[in-house]
Ligand binder design. Sequence first.
Ligand code: GLU
Length: 286
Amino acid sequence: MTYRGRFAPSPTGHLHFGSLVAAVGSWLCARHAGGEWLLRVEDIDPPREMPGSAESILAALPAFGLAADGPVVFQSNRQAAYDAAFEQLKAADLVFPCWCSRNDLAGGLHLDGRCLAAPGAGREPAWRLRVPDIEIGFDDGLQGPQMQNLRDTAGDFVIRRVEGYYAYQLACVVDDAFQGITEVVRGNDLLDSTPRQIFLQRCLGLPTPRYLHLPLALDGSGRKLSKSEQAHPVDPTDPLPALRRTLAFLDLPIAPAAGHPAALLAHALERFEPAGLPHCSERMAA
Ligand code: GLU
């Protein structure tokens, strides 16, 4: 099977250092395997999005030497596929409508497959997946063997929100299968989402890709860099400094004389081994 990787940014801000790490890391893994690298814009959460940021991210990537091997998938165009997956789960009685408020659920209450609130007159419900008492394990390409009790950790998680938007977990799983992704390389902040995604893949009869979670980039005070807080944006008009910092973050060699992003990436790729990536779960961004 051809290796197929992807980078799947949410358009909540401009490309920043943390997302450049995920983009470069996933690109290097795909190129090293002689595979393809695809892009997906995860624009399914309009309230969190920043106008213009999808365009800005897509325009920035080629400036860093990162070009996708196929058309970009926009999740905002994929409603019919999420509807179909949702109907499939509904037909199999794997989801239930839920009117519980956040307050109702404070204290880590188990729903055990049923809503505890009265159906609100005229109020739309959220839809939750029925999660049994199940251990989900996987062998992460970098972080090693993982095991999570899904019921204790995630519980009956929401797959369709009150506002009608599908949750990231559902959209991600449907689209990783749609794009034929064989390995997901992304930041370690999503490590604990992976068992939810594997469980959803099983519910929907979709294949499970391999997973590799890169160390999470932290700011000087130990917090995750985040696009929405405009942390560490990278400048596509002067790509070399941020690209050098990204390669250093991933413990990759930096060609001192490289005057172009493609040359820096090619040099790093020559010596690249996924096993040589830093095995820590997080580290400070330079
Ligand atoms: N859209 C997510 C983000 O920007 C990444 C999702 C993924 O790689 O699975 O954090």
